[in-house]
Write a protein that binds this ligand. Sequence first.
Ligand SMILES: *Cc1c(COP(=O)(O)O)cnc(C)c1O
Length: 261
Amino acid sequence: MEFTLDEMRVHLATLEARIAEACKIAGRSRESVKLVWVSKFHPAEAVENAISLGATDFGENRVQEAELKFSEPRMAKDGSRVRCHVIGPVQSNKLKKAAIVADCIHSIASIEAVEKLEKVCAAQDKTLDILFQINAGEEETKSGLDVHEAEAFLNQLAEKAGTASADGKSENFPHLRFRGLMTIGKNTGVAEDSRECFAFLRNLQQKFFAKGGAFAKFDQLSMGMTGDLEVAIEEGSTMIRVGTALFGERDYSKPVNDPVL
Ligand SMILES: *Cc1c(COP(=O)(O)O)cnc(C)c1O
């Protein structure tokens, strides 16, 4: 059963208390952490409820589901357009659709994908924010760049990008902004187990942010989910991706495949 609006309001308050406490411990402002509402496997009505509670950013794993819910522009309560984040791995043949529906893709892990996205975004005349997914938890099942290859990958990317202006748009990828790194923590059920990989991500992001050029806007760290968001905030996360704590348990037997708009 989906949460009612009132239930969601209560869950949001509980979550905001967790975020506030973690920000306090870390000496950070609440504004420095963006909440991305992960609406995968939840219907459009749940998205509408979330928007009425002030949600501005949503995360979806699958491109088709993102299209169903976010192809038509939605307005947030603050008057801005709701933003769609694609946070799951995107197959090469779905990159075009992902680039069209998304404002930000968190899960890029190859130069080929970057090149393809630039072409699509140029044709669409749009600027897309992208993050690179690092398999910092070093788990076989998780996608993303290997930790041992991440630095070489980013150096190679900088070389391919050519010169860049202060807005982070480079000579060779003028429709993309490299915004930072994303990871999924260790799925052990113990939040502390993710601290090391979150710290690794922060160090890598800061190192490249300091280089400027194509990394002039490389200021984002997408890390932390329902189970480990406090540790992620303590380690510098700027975007937490939260599903279960806001929408409840996902019912994987009922994928959202029907047109719901
Ligand atoms: C599903 C998902 C989330 C949300 O996880 P919860 O534990 O429900 O908060 C966050 N990030 C990614 C990449 C996901 O696939």
